[in-house]
Design a protein around this ligand. Sequence first.
Ligand SMILES: [Zn+2]
Length: 254
Amino acid sequence: MLDTHAHLDFAEFDSDREQVVQRMRQAGIDNLIIPGVSPLYWAKQLAIAEQYQCYFALGIHPWFCPEDVDKAISELTFHISQLRECPRFVAIGECGLDKLYADNWSKQLAFFDAQLTLAHELNLPVIVHAVKAHQEVLSHLKRHKLPKGGVIHAFSGSPDIALEYTKLGFKLGIGGLVMNPNAKKLLKTVSELPLESFLLETDSPAMTPLNVTEKRNQPANAVLFIDKIATLQKKSSVLISEHLVSNAMQLFDL
Ligand SMILES: [Zn+2]
């Protein structure tokens, strides 16, 4: 199994990262993808990905947009050119749009647009953060028509929105929210869409599932979601695990 979205490089894991990785492996999760968030964080992220031999993406998150768009995008382009041969480098991201964090909206638009252009040029998938901005994200994705598609991470929307994304070659990242019985739209989406539409993710250290007591989320928790997805899809957990792994391998070319 694979946790396709975990910020293992964040400070929340500084004191016990080794044990967190061990716990993940004991739980049956073999590896994870660390998404990039900002030029300031890339060096630490890359060092941790190297140390634990994790997959990783590189990008600029809407919460962490630097002042100078051109400078940050040329840094991103340079780093990616250095990493193209690394088999653990899998995508551009995490990039996207977040209306709950709207202070830097025009910067968010510029960074999202530039990263989609780069993903198109370099033929890479993208990891997208989309919060209260599905219409804007969809119109960007329709304009850029990415050959490799990507994933809408931490998806929580309705089957209608989900289908618009899957038509564009995107998958939906399913995480801790699936354990919340009040997440009605998401539960409907997970029940109704074909299994090829989903990826497994935790978004650690964020998005701790309701049934977990530790405040911090961690990659080992990804196994908790498989039985729930199996129940919603009316299929066996083994089948769900196999499909989720092969979806991730296909999207990120692992
Ligand atoms: Zn994230």
